[in-house]
Design a protein around this ligand. Structure first.
Ligand SMILES: [Zn+2]
Length: 297
């Protein structure tokens, strides 16, 4: 008895210490396990396998129906990966153009689809809140001005650069900041090689799939959609399993936005225009900054 009991006690103390010494993200993961795992999937089109031109992702384009089906395929691959990793709920946000590209009947019925334009500032992240555990980006593209990228732009063709607190951000960057407001990390990104490299440089090492790469002009060398979807499914599964290794992307407020555009829009209330083609807006609330961006972009 005397020899066994102290040993048991030490083990118990060690177990308690292990819980209390765990990183906050590990504790968050343990809590998430208890209440289920929610995954948010934001899906754009420019970074889908095979897409090379604007007409591929425009409703009037000759092959739009084809790429719309590929969009559903990559979305469903991400959903499958999330559920394989133990997700209990997946919300998909159609994030391209008017947000009516994914046909509801084409999306894996285990997920819920958020489609159509919202009125709020979250835009491509409409629906995200603190109940989620991980964010996945599918079909994303690099920011305006990125070399060797396919269909690179930042939100609209009018934006030359969007910077917040001096950091130049692609869509995946400010969308990661929106998720960060709710303490949710981005765990995976699929798009062209430039997109994956750009987001890893900004958000840190994470799972991703480069489904294609630009090899000059509009030319792209890429995976078959089926191969891309298999890689996305496996990558999202690993990423959601390992989500505790990822940190939410956050900046210290207040937030100062510097927006450079080709054509000036009406100034948002409180914004300044230090010179033609540039608007500056400062606010403690990131969502107010995004409201200003959406009006002036
Ligand atoms: Zn898009």
């Amino acid at each position: 008895m005397l020899r066994i009991l102290p040993g048991v006690r030490i083990v118990a103390v060690a177990a308690v210490a292990a819980v209390w010494c765990a990183a906050p993200s590990a504790l968050t993961a343990q809590l998430a396990q208890a209440r289920g795992i929610k995954v948010f999937v934001s899906v754009d089109m420019e970074g889908l396998a095979g897409v090379v031109t604007g007409s591929d992702v425009s409703a009037a384009g000759r092959d739009y129906a084809h790429f719309r089906a590929i969009m559903a395929g990559e979305t469903n691959a991400a959903i499958e990966g999330a559920f394989r990793a133990g997700a209990t709920e997946v919300i998909v946000r159609d994030s391209h153009g008017l947000k009516q590209n994914l046909l509801p009947g084409d999306v894996d019925p285990r997920a819920k689809l958020l489609r159509g334009q919202g009125s709020g500032p979250k835009n491509m992240m409409e629906g995200i809140d603190a109940s989620f555990d991980a964010v996945v980006f599918i079909g994303y593209h690099a920011k305006a001005g990125t070399p060797n990228a396919i269909l690179e732009h930042t939100s609209t063709g009018n934006v030359i650069d969007l910077s917040i607190n001096g950091v130049s951000l692609p869509e995946g960057g400010y969308n990661a900041l929106v998720a960060g407001l709710f303490n949710v990390p981005v765990v995976f990104a699929a798009g062209d090689r430039a997109l994956v490299e750009q987001l890893r440089a900004l958000l840190g090492p994470m799972e991703g799939v480069a489904v294609k790469e630009e090899i000059g002009g509009d030319a792209s060398l890429g995976l078959s959609p089926n191969a891309a979807q298999a890689a996305i499914r496996d990558g999202v599964e690993r990423a959601v399993r390992n989500r505790a290794a990822r940190t939410p992307y956050r900046m210290q407020g207040p937030y100062t936005m510097t927006l450079k555009v080709r054509t000036d829009r009406t100034l948002y209330p409180g914004a300044e225009r230090p010179r033609a083609g540039e608007a500056v807006f400062r606010h403690a609330d990131l969502l107010q900054v995004l409201n200003a961006f959406n009006q002036m972009k």
